[in-house]
Design a protein around this ligand. Sequence first.
Ligand code: G1P
Ligand code: ZN
Length: 547
Amino acid sequence: MNIRTVATKPFQDQKPGTSGLRKKVAVFKTANYLENFVQAVFDTIFDNAAAPAGSTLVLGGDGRYYNREAIQIILRMAAANGIAKVLVGQGGILSTPAASAVIRKYRSFGGLILSASHNPGGPEGDFGIKYNTANGGPAPEKITDAIYARSRALTSYRIAEAADVDLDRRGRQILGDMVVEVIDPVADYAELMESLFDFAAIRELIGGGFRVCFDAMHAVTGPYATEILERRLGAPAGTVINGVPLPDFGGGHPDPNLTYADQLVAIMYGEDAPDFGAASDGDGDRNMILGRHFFVNPSDSLALIAANATLAPGYAAGIAGIARSMPTSAAADRVAEKLGVPCYETPTGWKFFGNLMDAGKVTLCGEESFGTGSSHVREKDGLWAVLFWLNILAKRRIPVEEIVHRHWAEYGRNVYSRHDYEALPSDVAAGLMAHLKGRFGDLPGQRFGDYTVKFCDDFSYTDPIDGSLSTGQGLRVGFEDGSRIVFRLSGTGTEGATLRIYLEAFEADPARQKVDAQEALAVLIAIADELSQLGQRTGRERPTVIT
Ligand code: G1P
Ligand code: ZN
């Protein structure tokens, strides 16, 4: 095998964010840009030497523009770095949760996942790359920091001179001294789902006329949902819409929320709406759940799955605990309390759940940002959440809305909303956060109408397993009655800064629970504006996205 050592210079901006390295496609196409990052990953995990004998890497992506080209480059670099074998999804496809499942099943040392999640794709869109470790989860900060440090010191990378691998042909191929095995991207994942959920019960539900609509948003879950929902569970053809993955996601924004999944929303709020609707994002790890004319808030979805977990065979023995990200509502905490299991509050980003799951402390995890999952893999998992809901519906046989209302009546409702202000000038966003933080000394005890500030802080987290400390994870303002407002800057946006404001109030009285969240939170929304000088500093009159 001919290996070239190519001289290179470090890039200043290769620091992985909340979910790996995400940049515009044009940046990734800059000479040596992708190569530098990949070499930095290999150097970090192989300690600046060749890969240990017999190492297997998992490789795949969400099929977005530049996916195939990037895979060919990474394959040649993997061979040059001494990796023995690469498992790559056919067509270069692996959803994020499927990649996690494959890493675990085949005991690979880790994987490279090519995705910018829900960010738009295409030549003008975004691309991304993320390294996952042997447990199938995103590399912890310790490793991503080391990768970044290594990328800053890099002077060369190694790449084999070889022809392209045929990504569409399943089976073994040889690249230099390395084996490339092109695998069915769906089979292992579908088998795992069958082991967790009562497929017979769901098949019966669907066979009885229960109607489902799943929007794959022209992203990676198309083939997964078609195989599982239509082939294995017997849903009629057409149940999966936008099921063909496209490099630019059909020009859409593959983020399953009320704004971007507008086609599904129109169907689920239309006349003759199906019984159940769901969507997933670019790389298949997010989920949105809808009933007929009804939206399930992701924080509620986590709580509800926890409360009903034993209805699914994979969770029949009960759950060990729950973890939720700090800005996620405390609805899950109430379920955990009732079940007598612990509930952990972690910073935003799935990587913080990995240690807790590896240590067996939690079974279910969730984020308000349409992320739900469990210890079956180490990523959030969109289709898993959809199947969990279908399993619950198959057992309880009442509409989605009714399930949620009964849950609120039993546990109380954490009324919740997130307001996003996208593409703000970075200095404006930083100034707003600094201003708010500057007020923290005086805020406790201050009254805003009926709300009295109880505490405010900048959230930090000490990992209970490895003791690592993460600071600066979001500004929290808590009120005496348990309501709270959280301000946080996004770590995944690629244009300016995105400010997220998370609003939460608690309603115990069932007679007052069925209200519109924006109305119920109106006073808190006004307080958020006053506390942060939001309108004045940003000039924005309303959020870009409301969830
Ligand atoms: C966002 C979500 C966060 C999620 C991440 C990756 O990150 O808010 O919960 O883990 O995407 O899907 P953010 O842009 O807020 O940093
Ligand atoms: Zn995603």
